[in-house]
Design a binder for this molecule. Structure first.
Ligand SMILES: *Cc1c(COP(=O)(O)O)cnc(C)c1O
Length: 371
């Protein structure tokens, strides 16, 4: 019996050809033809004013921290049940992450607990669309608007998901995407920043180019380029953009494959889950998801651990997910205490993610379901 991994990269078959073209173009640094093609595609497909490819989603998040001019002492509200970079990007600028608990149904930032965490020092709220299922954006935007706080979407899971008919990544002043190997569309390591607030576009271009106005120079708008702002090296190599373009071109095929995998799990696990007190993912009616993952919520920590161990014996690689950030050593240093975010603490002990990737076969899935 062969091992069923948790993730396996999908190759469309177009990647190597595109990479060869990038090499033949003599343009393997950033902002070459493939980068521009990917960016244009994202702008048109999502309807965002500007998309810029970056070296990772982590770097795109760091760009958002620079773009909102975070200062030491500022606060940024992030869900505790989140990836490290979702908080780290702001902590790097000297801000204090304030951890918000999550909703028990979608595992997203709980908008009912948001307002109590807002203080005069709050600069931004980060909405992470867990599993690509949208946060309650109407309510989050309404609260943020009333307090003059910016909303940033960490949309690493949610490319092509929607909320009330509108694409995720188009709600906040900015949003970030990941093209890491584990995400729906990948180039190994990569990301993007989506900019919805047009006033941030020029500065984002400068920050991404090491804080220089190099891009204005190439556009003939200035006669030399120089250091004009903070910044770093956030450009994705065109070799990786070429790889990514092969994946974005295959958007419909990739999404269809992932939907088939998700639907199969849902159909074949519903009954036994109901019988054994296991909860399956919830997708509210106003959301469509891009089929990023499939998780189970086991009744207890012990049953989760037992099922993980059982799957391992069957050579099936399931995994748990985020450890609550407020209970991590860094989170504790920022004042996090046990009991601050009870749902995050509880969910992180009961969640189990099943193998999920575009090319998971029905035979493999049937083995997972059986186990
Ligand atoms: C994967 C992920 C990131 C980081 O993505 P990288 O491209 O690896 O930096 C950030 N946030 C969330 C929610 C993620 O899942």
């Amino acid at each position: 019996m062969s091992q069923i991994p948790f993730n396996r990269v999908h190759f469309t078959g177009g990647e190597l050809d595109h990479i060869r073209r990038a090499v033949e173009n003599w343009h393997i640094s950033g902002d070459g033809p493939f980068t521009k093609q990917c960016q244009l595609f994202l702008e048109q497909a999502l309807g965002v004013p500007r998309a810029l490819l970056t070296t990772s989603c982590t770097d795109a998040l760091e760009m958002t921290a620079l773009l909102i001019d975070l200062q030491p002492g500022d606060e940024v509200i992030v869900p505790s049940f989140a990836f490290v970079s979702t908080a780290n990007a702001y902590a790097l600028r000297g801000a204090r992450p304030v951890f918000c608990d999550i909703r028990p149904d979608t595992l997203n930032l709980d908008e009912r607990k948001l307002e109590a965490l807002i203080s005069p020092a709050t600069k931004a709220i980060v909405a992470l669309h867990y599993a690509g299922v949208s946060c309650e954006m109407d309510r989050i935007l309404e609260i943020a608007g009333r307090h003059g706080v910016k909303v940033i979407e960490d949309n690493a899971h949610g490319l092509f998901g929607t909320y009330k008919g509108k694409y995720l990544g188009t709600f906040g002043c900015m949003a970030t995407q990941s093209f890491h190997e584990t995400k729906n569309f990948s180039c190994g390591e990569g990301g993007a920043i989506l900019i919805n607030d047009a006033e941030l576009i020029e500065r984002a271009i400068v920050i991404r180019e090491k804080g220089t106005d190099r891009s204005r120079f190439y556009r003939g708008l200035v006669d030399k380029y120089t250091w004009v702002d903070l910044g770093s090296s956030f450009l994705l190599s065109d070799v990786l953009s070429a790889f990514l373009w092969a994946q974005l071109e295959a958007r419909n095929e990739i999404q269809a494959k992932r939907q088939r995998v998700w639907d199969y799990y849902m159909e074949h696990l519903s009954q036994s889950a109901a019988e054994s007190g296991v909860r399956l993912p919830v997708v509210p009616a106003e959301c469509t998801q891009p089929y990023h993952m499939f998780y189970l919520l086991l009744p207890t920590f012990e049953s989760r651990q037992n099922l993980l161990a059982h799957l391992r014996r069957e050579d099936i690689h399931g995994v748990f997910h985020y450890q609550p950030l407020h209970r991590s050593p860094m989170g504790v240093a920022f004042g996090g205490r046990e009991g601050d975010c009870p749902e995050s603490e509880d969910i992180s002990r009961r969640i189990l993610r099943l193998p999920f990737f575009s090319d998971l076969t029905e035979a493999e899935q049937s083995r997972v379901v059986e186990s």
